[in-house]
Design a protein around this ligand. Structure first.
Ligand SMILES: Nc1ncnc2c1ncn2[C@@H]1O[C@H](COP(=O)(O)OP(=O)(O)O)[C@@H](O)[C@H]1O
Length: 286
């Protein structure tokens, strides 16, 4: 983890002055260090998940549920769930030097620059390494092919899980998102019930309502307005869709169509990941 972090920093500080510099910084010495310290062969998925030092990324449109499922899997597998959106929001609320700049970008639904996002991610990895963390599930990173190339240059991602849902549901789910301003819990007030038609399946997703002590403290993310969500979906299709192809062409992409809400989707996701017979799965709930 420490080596990955050093390399991310090295690539971020040089990449953005020139691509050639980046390649030079990821010199053979650096890469062989990564090979020995960080690269992992794709792991057979039936072994004890807690013993696996997994390095997974979660892809998918805004609102698809990357955070929900990445966080459940992180509990199950005992690896940190690192969401770059959360890192951006933490920086935003810190009133640090980047905060004003980030607020403008995020509230327009645009992507933060690769340089800034890698800086925030490096800082998070560094803090994790100090605490002895190893492995990770990244959520919301990489979001551009450039970010995917940088990550692939410094470590071996085992698996990219691509969560998928129809676009009208994504919009409703983003608009229904609520966060408890006190405990930080994530909820969703959207109730989705779309009937199947012309051979295409319907979909039902129950709301994920807060407990009574959170109900009066709910807030909505400032970028979860209809106009901004539509812009984020447009940007996903424009810039992030290519990241799916990046991993598909390397044989690392697992496509997963969400069949419904958490009760239907969670067991099927575990099955798709060959984790369904693991006894710990019951305790991994939210
Ligand atoms: N990897 C990234 N690259 C660039 N910007 C990012 C990245 N991750 C998060 N962001 C910024 O943070 C915002 C919120 O991210 P996130 O919580 O992942 O939202 P979403 O619901 O759109 O998946 C994004 O709209 C973007 O501005």
């Amino acid at each position: 983890m420490a080596a990955l972090n050093r390399l991310l920093r090295a690539s971020s500080s040089t990449t953005f002055s020139s691509r050639t510099c980046m390649r030079r910084s990821l010199s053979s010495a650096a890469i062989s260090e990564t090979d020995s310290a960080l690269s992992r062969k794709p792991l057979p998925l039936n072994r004890d998940p807690k013993n696996r030092n997994i390095q997974w990324v979660f892809l998918g449109c805004p609102g698809v549920g990357k955070g929900t499922y990445a966080s459940r899997l992180s509990n199950l597998l005992g690896v940190p769930h690192i969401a770059t959106g959360d890192l951006v929001r933490e920086e935003l609320s810190s009133s640090g030097p980047l905060s004003q700049q980030l607020a403008e970008i995020v509230n327009q639904g645009k992507l933060v620059s690769d340089e800034i996002i890698i800086k925030l991610l490096s800082k998070r990895l560094e803090a994790g390494a100090d605490k002895g963390e190893s492995g990770f599930i990244l959520d919301g990173f990489p979001r551009t092919v450039r970010q995917a190339e940088i990550l692939e240059g410094v470590t071996n991602i085992d698996l990219a899980v691509n969560l998928k849902l129809r676009e009208d549901v994504l919009l409703e789910k983003c608009l229904g998102r609520r966060i408890c301003s006190q405990c930080g819990g994530n909820f969703n007030v959207a109730s989705i019930n779309i009937k199947g038609e012309n051979g295409s399946p319907g979909i039902c997703m129950d709301p994920l309502l807060p407990p009574p002590h959170c109900a009066s403290k709910l807030i909505t993310r400032s970028d979860d307005t209809e106009a901004v969500v539509k812009e984020r979906l447009r940007i996903y299709n424009d810039l992030s869709r290519a990241v799916e192809e990046f991993y598909r062409s390397r044989g690392k992409l697992l496509e997963f169509d969400l069949p419904g809400g958490i009760p239907e989707s969670w067991p099927k996701l575990l099955q798709a990941l060959n984790l369904d017979d693991h006894e710990d799965k019951q305790s991994a709930a939210a």
